[in-house]
Design a protein around this ligand. Structure first.
Ligand code: GAP
Length: 565
């Protein structure tokens, strides 16, 4: 286990799920501190992508009925290629295995994998041969209800819950584009052989924003906030750019302003969470790499001990999902978008001749006439669908008239720009980037330099001695801090130096010490995790000082008299 993983398990951030039964790859437990951190990452995400965005948040089921995933394309297309050893029986994800053993990129198709196995005589680690590669669908199948029940799947992304509620959502926004809908929740993927610890999970947490926009207006009024940010981009030809977002749009590296807006906002969010800018880049998907629904996609990648790891995918999903759900559910998911000014247009309208349609088409004539009247700007050969039957209607049954009409708007299926965040990978990346060692008083110290706002324990109250009078005072102070919403622990065990080290290691930004002087002049000391500087402040000012410190990057030396132990 790496040094950081050892610390995360020992201190109570992350544990292996089902540990007493031997564990299972792809599942983790969030232990008390890890859970606290992930929840705060969620809160920060909400601040960026819900409160400070034109969006709302919803919560839909994690189980979906089969129809949803047939329409979304996941039932057919959400697969990886698996290879199984005929000797030891182990199964590997083919593209990962080929990359690891041959350092080659292989297309995720059965044919391509077969060719590589043959060409390079690729064997299993045990020396055995691989059986024929197969597509493996990553969705967990389930059954809803008793008996034969109804087939369902655990959702592989939170997004579909938003698309299928689109009609209600667009009413909620009074059909006014653009608007965003967010969802934070569990997603499930039955990964073939998850071997990267906390990175590739079978049950994980996503925070997704589906931002619905007019297909011809992929802009954002707040792009100016990020336009001048300099950012590292790796385009689909593997060319690296250090460039402002404005230039990236002007040069056509990023397809449009709205995608660039979310790239910029994602970067600011990741930096606010503690990801280091020099270990962050945005990589464009190659043409053969994009998901079935995406027309352009940029991944935020973070450099970790595992290499460059995708933590966010930002995709232009166009109208793919809403069109597919329209087609499969037969619910019209288009919306009416009014023009600023009405527009006059000349149109060729069809006027059915019922006196001829009646005798020729009998009981279907009325429905055919209705379908004909609905047609706009037609050519000469007209085919309509009535009761699932295609009927060709020749020109003798209708007349085409040129008319001028005033058009007040248009019906369209909105496009979707989707920033999709993996909260588990982000939480782990924050921990790796915060993990540091330095020397304090001639001794090596391990310290987790978490952002103050995200620390699972924000303040530790430490009585210098374990005598009742010190502990009682510490309890009073801890209780007051908790009442003000500050995550506080009280710790009495061990020397004060050891206790400081313990809280440095879990990233607690401030330790409060109750010492002899507390009883003389009603002051306590505040110790800063990063600098180990201490200041003395009055007990009555403590809450105010801590609230300000925790919500800023200010130095504690601004708040009290510097104190050296
Ligand atoms: N709705 C789009 C979507 O799900 P994705 O790129 O497949 O896109 C988005 O997933 C994010 O979810 C990824 O950037 C990653 O952070 C996270 N993610 C995907 N699969 C994961 C897994 N098996 N374990 C942990 N996180 C995962």
């Amino acid at each position: 286990m790496s040094e950081i993983m050892e610390m995360l398990v020992r201190r109570g951030f992350i544990w292996q799920s089902f540990e007493i039964y031997g564990g299972m790859a792809g599942f983790i437990d969030y232990a008390p501190l890890g859970n606290g951190l992930r929840r705060k990452v969620e809160t920060l995400w909400r601040e960026f992508f819900v409160i400070n965005e034109r969006s709302v948040e919803i919560d839909t089921p994690t189980v979906g009925i089969e129809e949803v995933f047939i329409a979304s394309g996941h039932a057919d297309g959400f697969t990886d290629v698996a290879i199984e050893c005929s000797g030891c029986g182990r199964v590997f994800r083919a593209d990962h295995y080929v990359k690891e053993k041959l350092n080659l990129e292989v297309d995720p198709t059965v044919e391509a994998v077969k060719n590589v196995i043959q060409e390079f005589n690729l064997k299993c680690e045990c020396g055995g041969d691989f059986r024929n590669p197969e597509h493996f669908n990553l969705m967990f199948v389930t059954k809803i209800g008793p008996g034969r029940g109804k087939k369902g799947y655990l959702r592989p992304e939170t997004a579909q819950g938003i698309f299928i509620a689109f009609k209600r959502l667009s009413d909620y926004f009074r059909n006014k584009l653009p608007f965003g809908v967010a969802q934070i929740g569990r997603a499930y993927r039955n990964e073939i052989s998850p071997r990267q610890g906390v990175i590739r999970l079978r049950e994980f947490n996503q925070a997704e924003l589906e931002f619905f926009c007019h297909p011809g207006e992929k802009r954002h009024p707040e792009f100016y906030k990020y336009a001048d940010d300099v950012i590292t981009l790796v385009d689909k030809f593997d060319k690296e750019h250090r460039i402002t977002l404005k230039e990236a749009v002007e040069k056509g590296i990023i397809a449009h302003e709205l995608l660039a807006y979310f790239v910029g906002k994602t970067r600011r969010f990741l930096l606010a969470a503690g990801i280091k800018d020099e270990k962050l880049r945005f990589r464009q998907h190659k043409d053969d790499e994009r998901a079935h629904y995406a027309v352009d996609c940029w991944d935020a990648e973070v450099l970790l001990s595992y290499g460059w790891i995708e933590v966010v995918g930002i995709a232009d999903r166009s109208d793919y999902d809403l069109s597919r759900h329209t087609q499969f559910s037969r619910e019209d998911l288009s919306i009416f978008v009014p023009f600023e000014e009405p527009v006059k247009v000349r149109k060729r309208k069809v006027v059915p001749d019922l006196s001829k349609l009646g005798p020729a088409f009998k009981d279907k004539a009325k429905k055919i006439a209705e379908e004909l009247e609905r047609l706009e700007d037609v050519g000469n050969d007209i085919t309509v669908v009535v009761d699932d039957e295609e009927i060709t209607v020749s020109p003798e049954y209708y007349e085409i008239k040129e008319v001028e009409e005033e058009i007040h708007g248009e019906r369209l299926i909105p496009h979707v720009i989707e920033p999709s965040f993996g909260l588990d990978r982000i939480t782990y990346a924050i921990l790796e980037h915060a993990f540091d060692t330095d020397t304090v008083d001639g001794e090596e110290r391990k310290v987790l330099r978490l952002k103050r706002k995200l620390a699972p324990v924000q303040v530790a109250v430490l009585p210098l001695l374990s005598r009742d009078v010190f502990v009682d005072e510490a309890e009073k102070i801890a209780s007051e801090l908790r009442e003000h919403g500050i995550y506080t622990e009280l710790d009495v065990t061990g020397s004060i130096g050891r206790r400081y080290r313990r809280y440095d290691e879990i990233g607690t930004p401030f330790c409060i010490t109750i010492d002899h002087q507390t009883f003389e002049d009603e002051t306590v000391t505040i110790r800063d995790r990063d600098t180990t500087t201490q200041v003395r402040v009055g007990k009555t000012e403590l809450v105010e000082v801590l609230v300000e410190l925790l919500n800023s990057e200010k130095s504690i030396t601004e708040f009290g008299e510097i104190f050296r132990s």
